[in-house]
Ligand binder design. Structure first.
Ligand SMILES: [Zn+2]
Length: 160
């Protein structure tokens, strides 16, 4: 197999593999080598890799070999993604653990949360750990009354 870097008459660059250089010549002559971008059969070799050691009989490269120019490597662009992935996974695990801890150690009072928190705060019922649902307004007024409430971060799964 031999790989050719090709370009069409519209300037598109692409690569193609051929069983041999003769096979490329045949297919190109028959118009079977076409540009994948615009289907133009007018393609020419840019560079050839690997070298067959027959450079003298081959047409000179039309353009400078693109692969030889030191460009920006593609890999580092993906690095930040994997750097973010691990802490986010840990964060999700922590949130899940927090929910499990609360569910294990506190009473679920549901939508009654604000009322129950108030009753406990004013000594109408026994002090204990509770959890439930409260609107932002309810939570604010509880805080205003000096009742410590703690918002639970939403479970990661709930957002999906
Ligand atoms: Zn093209």
């Amino acid at each position: 197999m031999i790989r050719y870097a090709l370009s069409c008459d519209s300037g598109h660059s692409f690569e193609s593999w051929f069983p041999s250089s003769d096979s490329y010549d045949e297919q190109a002559r028959a118009g079977l080598v076409t540009c994948p971008f615009c289907d133009s059969p007018k393609v020419a070799k840019r560079i050839m890799a690997p070298s067959l050691g027959r450079a003298a009989t081959l047409p000179a490269p039309v353009e400078a070999p693109a692969a030889a120019t030191p460009g920006v490597p593609a890999a580092p662009a993906e690095a930040p993604v994997s750097l973010v992935a691990e802490p986010e996974r840990q964060l999700r695990a922590m949130i899940r653990a927090l929910h499990e801890h609360v569910a294990r150690t506190a009473d679920h009072v549901g939508a009654d949360f604000a009322a129950e928190a108030r009753r406990m705060h004013y000594g109408e019922t026994e002090q204990r750990a509770i959890y439930g649902e409260a609107s932002l307004t309810e939570a604010r007024s509880l805080l205003d009354e000096g009742i410590a409430v703690q918002p639970l971060p939403a479970l990661p799964d709930d957002r999906n």
